[in-house]
Design a protein around this ligand. Structure first.
Ligand code: PGA
Length: 246
């Protein structure tokens, strides 16, 4: 069954409490026709943003979760705790992989923790600039997928979304071309199908904005967007939602 398109805003470590609430309020007024719209605010703003979004259609998510269930893990937030407040969580974002040393094994453990807690997961994969220039992008992304999905039951496919986010496109203003994004999305769909995942969906992320969203979504394999910088401005984010919500 074809899944509805998704547009997810990753606010990263941005916004004051007041800004988060205002942004959520603006986004919460959108009534998408068919797309799923979600936002992932910083941890401390999950509760106030949940209050704003309550009763509406915009989904709430977290930007990461612990690989552990509970216990003496200072500073960590478990997937079970998040499941009380959110419906989804990002796993394996490239900033987590590169700045916080998240290995493929950690990403897999987090993915399993998220699914086990009943959360939907957005698994992020993508190659670095060096890897792209060396022609290794397909290999790298396939390796990341294999590693993350190892042991994940195929019927969890409906609850897993894969975000293709080339690292060189994140926050750089340099997006992948629609052709490149679509080619990689097709590769990811094929590889995840071969890994036994039922009904996977692929988002594109990396410098998505109001001006390029329409051409990027034209790729048949692109099921929506994971948006960073442009998700912090309600008008820009809503324009991206409009481009995907057809
Ligand atoms: P960007 O970030 O849209 O600012 O490039 C995307 C992401 O990191 O998810």
């Amino acid at each position: 069954m074809t899944r509805p398109r998704q547009v997810i805003g990753n606010w990263k470590m941005n916004t004051t409490r007041t800004e988060a609430v205002e942004l959520a309020y603006r986004i919460g007024t959108v009534a998408p026709r068919s797309a799923v719209v979600g936002v992932a605010p910083p941890f401390p703003w999950l509760a106030p943003v949940a209050d704003v979004l309550r009763g509406g259609s915009v989904q709430l998510g977290a930007q990461t979760c612990s690989a552990y269930a509970h216990g003496a893990y200072t500073g960590e937030v478990s997937a079970g705790m998040l499941a009380e407040a959110c419906s989804f969580v990002l796993v394996g974002h490239s900033e987590r992989r590169t700045l916080f040393s998240e290995t493929d094994d950690i990403v897999r453990a987090k993915l399993k923790a998220a699914l086990g807690a009943g959360l939907n997961a957005i698994l992020c994969v993508g190659e670095s600039l060096d890897e792209r220039e060396a022609g290794e992008h397909e290999l790298v992304v396939t390796r990341q997928l294999r590693a993350a999905l190892d042991g994940v039951p195929g019927d969890a496919g409906d609850r897993i979304t894969i975000a293709y986010e080339p690292v060189w496109a994140i926050g750089t203003g340099r997006n992948a071309t629609p052709d490149d994004a679509s080619t990689m999305a097709e590769l990811i769909l094929t590889a995840s199908g071969e890994l036994g995942l039922s009904n996977p969906q692929v988002l594109y992320g990396g410098s998505v904005n109001a001006a390029n969203a329409e051409s990027l979504i034209a790729g048949a394999a692109i099921g929506g967007f994971l948006v960073g910088g442009a998700s912090l401005k309600a008008d820009d984010f809503l324009a991206i939602v409009a481009a995907a919500d057809v």
